[in-house]
Design a protein around this ligand. Structure first.
Ligand SMILES: *Cc1c(COP(=O)(O)O)cnc(C)c1O
Length: 375
């Protein structure tokens, strides 16, 4: 049996968690949270980091920070996870879905400009598979219209656009440490704030609408309810887990890249035969090996390939049912057809990719795929 994912453990998680237990400081913003924030700043240049309970929580914080209200419009890709949209739907925003690119699933920057109206309050981009969106083009549109960018960088840790870390482009960016992501704490996330005008309010929203963070810094002599908010900060137990993973980030990335490149090498022949296509990575983007996928010709071919693999107890997955066609939104969507998003919905297949996937297994999966098409 080859599962789709097997979360990697460095072995040091339990050691750092034990330190938290010994110190009896279990709630959020303890020493491990601070150490994680420092690593993010030093390694990636994130101006201000706040660990959150999930990427979903971080996205919800951005919608509150931008004061998104009913009637406001938010531009986002349709080919993404529900959380990208939910954060804004929760505040009553009208979602303006934009199609994916023809050559890869990221939002098509050329189609964003036409979606901008005087009511546009945010442009949310998702770096799909950790591959950067076309940030120069997107920033040009956003800056000239004075609209903030939010990067849903859930999949994009340790990935770069023209040498600059993803997560440093938007007014905000959000990361996920769910167990399916490159580094994880089981569940967990990060809000990066690149515009200092949001620093203070972000702390307040994360701490149940109180100015407790300022109180702990001795900036106020008592703390109370000063704004809306919720509970978005994770326990230091989770930060200790994440800290162990961050320390081994380079090793984790090297192993994931090993898997990715072995698939790409093995499957190149099938792509040359026109049986499927391999991921396309634009020149300006790096590959953080978050995901390896094939694009089939149509839904039936994907189903057939999945069945072949499942018969051999190998479990690939597909994902993202276009959000504009989802049961929740289909009646609300009044925009154009989004043909590329719908095409990836039907044809994209993700292969198992995790640190401990050995070369023999990768070769076995690749051979099965090639044999499937040769017949
Ligand atoms: C995983 C993921 C999320 C959700 O992350 P959580 O930490 O589970 O909330 C949001 N957006 C994208 C693009 C994701 O891949």
């Amino acid at each position: 049996m080859i599962p789709f994912n097997r979360p990697y453990l460095t072995g040091k998680e339990i050691h750092y968690i034990q330190e938290v237990l010994t110190a009896r400081k279990l709630s959020g913003d303890g020493s491990f949270t601070k150490q994680c924030h420092q690593i993010f700043q030093e390694k990636f240049g994130f101006r201000r980091s706040l660990l959150t309970t999930s990427c979903t929580a971080a996205l919800e914080m951005t919608a509150i920070l931008l004061d998104i209200e009913p009637g406001d419009e938010v531009i986002l890709p349709s080919y993404t996870f529900s959380s990208t949209a939910n954060a804004f739907a929760l505040r009553g925003a009208k979602l303006i879905f934009v199609d994916s690119r023809e050559d890869e699933p990221n939002i098509d920057a050329e189609k964003i400009a036409a979606a901008v109206t005087p009511r546009t309050r945010a442009i949310v981009v998702v770096h799909y598979a950790g591959v950067a969106c076309d940030m120069d083009a997107i920033q040009q549109i956003a800056f000239s219209a004075g609209i903030p960018i939010i990067e849903d960088a859930a999949q994009a840790i340790d990935s770069y656009y023209r040498g600059r870390a993803l997560g440093t482009f938007g007014a905000f960016s959000t990361f996920s440490f769910h167990e399916t992501k490159n580094i994880s704490s089981g569940e967990g996330g990060l809000l990066v704030i690149n515009d200092e005008k949001y620093d203070l309010r972000a702390e307040i929203i994360r701490e149940k609408g109180t100015n407790r963070s300022a109180f702990f810094r001795n900036e106020v002599d008592k703390y109370g309810w000063v704004d809306v908010g919720s509970s978005y900060l994770p326990s230091d137990i989770l930060a200790a887990f994440l800290f162990a993973q961050l320390q081994e980030l380079d090793k984790i990335q090297a192993e994931r890249l090993r898997v990715w490149h072995r698939y790409a090498h093995n499957l190149q022949f099938g792509a040359e035969q026109g049986w499927f296509s391999l991921p396309f990575i634009p020149d300006y983007a790096t590959n953080n090996a978050h995901m390896f996928y094939l694009i089939c010709h149509n839904l039936n071919e994907r189903i057939a390939l999945m069945n072949t693999l499942k018969e051999q107890k190998i479990f690939p997955t597909f994902h993202y049912l276009s959000l504009h066609n989802s049961p929740y939104y289909v009646d609300k969507h009044d925009g154009p057809l989004l043909v590329n998003s719908d095409r990836y919905t039907d044809t994209l297949l993700r292969l198992p990719l995790f640190v401990e996937l050995d070369d023999d297994s990768i070769d076995k999966i690749s051979d099965l795929i090639l044999k499937h098409f040769k017949k």
